[in-house]
Design a binder for this molecule. Sequence first.
Ligand code: FRU
Length: 499
Amino acid sequence: AADTPQWRPVLHFSPAAYWMNDPNGPILLDGVYHLFYQYAPGSMTWGHPSWGHATSTDLLHWTEHGVAIAATPGEEIFSGSLVPDPLNRSGLGSTDAPPLLAFHTSVFHDNPAHPDGTQAQSVSVSHDGGFTWRPYAHNPVLTLHPDSRQFRDPSVFWYQDGGCWIMTTVVGDAQLVKLYRSTDLLHWSFLSDFQPSGYRKPGMLWEMPTLVPLKLDGNPRATRWVMIVSVNPWSIAGGSGVQYFVGRFDGVTFTPDALPPPGSDPSRYDWLDHGADQYATTLFANTGSGAPVLIGWMDNWDYATDLPTAPWRGQMTLPVDIALKTVDGHPTVIQTPTRAYEDMVRKKGVVTYGDRNLPQDGRVTIPSRGEVLDIRLVLRRGGARRAGIVVRETPDGRTGTSVSYDFVDGTLTVDRGRSGLVGFSPRFSTRHIAYLAAPGGEVALHLVVDRASVELFANDGVLRMTDLIFPPAGSDRISLFAEGGGATIHGLRVAVLAR
Ligand code: FRU
């Protein structure tokens, strides 16, 4: 296929060439963010993955370092996580030169020790801060008996209260998270299963589990635990998505807060994102006392293999800070772009617009133009039923992605039905809708727009919607609209990050 530079992301990591899926082992080491990822060099589709590697100091500009942990004919390297071992408890380095450990799933083929396709957890070791890796001599370190083809995605963190590391993994097709503990990173003992009577469908896989403590409303004495689980298919916007559970962890068992009764509408559960393109979302390790930082694969297994980009396929979401806040009496994960991102936006220069009253069925195109944008605005209900903004619009107004709020239904919609190329897959869904309260008749929107995506953060990060788009080059207009009555656009602020 011909190259598609018009869709090369500016704000998001994408490999120069070939197929990429999940983020793996993101970590902050000596002020440098390292990102690894499921990578198929030489191929435009998924297959026989290795771990690719990239680094950044601001989570916006990335340097690619090629393959870090390579698949071999007998072993695929699936997703996982990274752990520093500063006291050398693994014995794989020394206290002067502590090792860095990567946990990943090994998928074995043509191996007399394992039935074909067995998935088990393995360790690789780096002595140079993550650039070169060697497999641990006694892999795998954790196998399920009987052997499983669905046992994967180890996420390991240091659990201070227990003086041990905790690993979460899944048995994907059983929709089951398994927890283990270790004091040397090499020997693991089983703790408990997490398999709530939640939202389930036949054929649904659970993948990429991760468990993180967060202080509710910033209170250091109110630590709650959040279990993040990727769900595919049947997620809230169709295909792949990310659910989370707020609960308690006592060192053995994760117990979620009360869940909606089985059979409830999926919108009653907690989702990290209500758009179609957030998956395999995980946390940067080792970020210290700073806010935990999340990153996901900005994609959906429903159509990932059909994306019309070349010579690469796959990109990451914008990394975001997370916090836990009580919203309408409910502990809610809040997601906001990082400080480094906001600093970059300010440096680029923002244009601030005065309040704008849109008459009934009014539509205006504002003077700011660009394809890569940061936009903030508040929609205020006049008599309007619906009001919103269109980005990546062509001058003729025929193509554009709209983000709008319905004040009667209380729903936010991202509509990419006329966003550009949509027909490359029948499963490329066009409209994503989520419930959102509008306290005082107002909804605050923050949009991060790139060459091939729109990321929406609503009401200061209470709700997130992430969607890929494939607009024609030159679709740089921004319009505002109201329907069924008037509306006011307040606090409109636009930064053009690239034309
Ligand atoms: C999630 C996933 C993981 C697996 C990896 C393989 O997208 O299916 O469960 O480890 O991709 O590439």
